[in-house]
Design a protein around this ligand. Structure first.
Ligand SMILES: [Zn+2]
Length: 272
């Protein structure tokens, strides 16, 4: 099939892009391995899947670089991880996309006579949700405004999980629409499903906030009392869990965000 990258091309192309991302500081070593696997799946489903994945990644990387210094100052000691995505982060964002891709690949490989449009829609929406969440975080942190905890109904420090700003919510909406548009533009997604993916992306990002607010593990530094996601605070003291589900960290919440995005888009696509 001419619209699928041959294995050799898929491996070389994905390796080149992943190595570039690793060298530029967007990916940690194990994150690069995970990204390589996801890229290979995408290119073996269809060229357009690879193009969509690349556009998504470039957009997310650019977004997290804009105003990095300013942001680092504002969220110092609160957010657990920096810009180098490790394997857990990569899989949290791209795992559902890759699973859907593997589903389409398998269906085509064995000649399964079903329409793969629904799986394609779910895959696009999973990344749209992860992207919309990134846009919400980055735009919200950059533009500012007062973060509001949806659970505690009060102001909280910038960078706290489960909090929203007006600018961040608009960022999520714009991100969902933009990423759905890209999926159509590269020829991955039928135009008829663009709304389903945009809504899935936006709702997934909202779910990220809600899950983050109610169930994400929150820790406090035993020494200085500051709220944090880190296991060891920057002051050197260990931290203790004050609420939330043990082990439900930011990466797992991001994974849930992509599952919700895919599920919502699938439901809308099937209902049409
Ligand atoms: Zn401390």
């Amino acid at each position: 099939m001419h619209d699928i990258a041959p294995w050799s091309v898929a491996i070389l192309l994905t390796a080149a892009i992943v190595i570039a991302a690793w060298r530029s500081g967007s990916l940690a070593g194990n994150g690069a391995v995970a990204a390589l696997l996801i890229g290979l799946v995408a290119l073996r489903v269809q060229w357009s899947w690879g193009a969509f994945l690349l556009a998504w990644f470039v957009l997310a990387s650019l977004l997290s670089r804009i105003g990095r210094a300013r942001k680092a100052v504002r969220t110092a000691g609160v957010v657990a991880k920096g810009d180098r995505r490790d394997a857990r982060q990569v899989l949290a964002n791209g795992g559902v996309f890759a699973l859907c891709g593997a589903g389409v690949y398998s269906a085509l490989a064995i000649g399964f006579p079903a329409d793969t449009t629904v799986l394609t829609t779910a895959a696009a929406a999973a990344l749209a949700a992860a992207g919309a969440d990134t846009w919400a975080t980055e735009v919200g942190t950059l533009v500012g405004g007062t973060p509001w905890s949806v659970r505690e109904a009060r102001r909280v420090p910038v960078g706290t999980s489960g909090a929203i700003t007006a600018s961040g919510t608009l960022g999520a909406l714009f991100g969902g629409v933009a990423i759905a548009g890209i999926a159509v533009a590269v020829g991955m997604l039928p135009a008829a499903n663009v709304i389903a993916v945009a809504i899935g992306g936006f709702v997934g990002a909202l779910a990220d906030t809600v899950v983050g607010a109610w169930w994400q593990e929150q820790r406090t530094c035993a020494a200085c009392g500051q709220s944090t996601e880190c296991l060891v605070h920057r002051c050197g003291a260990t931290t203790v869990r004050v609420r939330g589900v043990a082990g439900l960290d930011n990466d797992l919440v991001n994974g849930i965000c992509t599952v919700v995005g895919a599920a919502v888009a699938t439901a809308i696509a099937l209902a049409r």
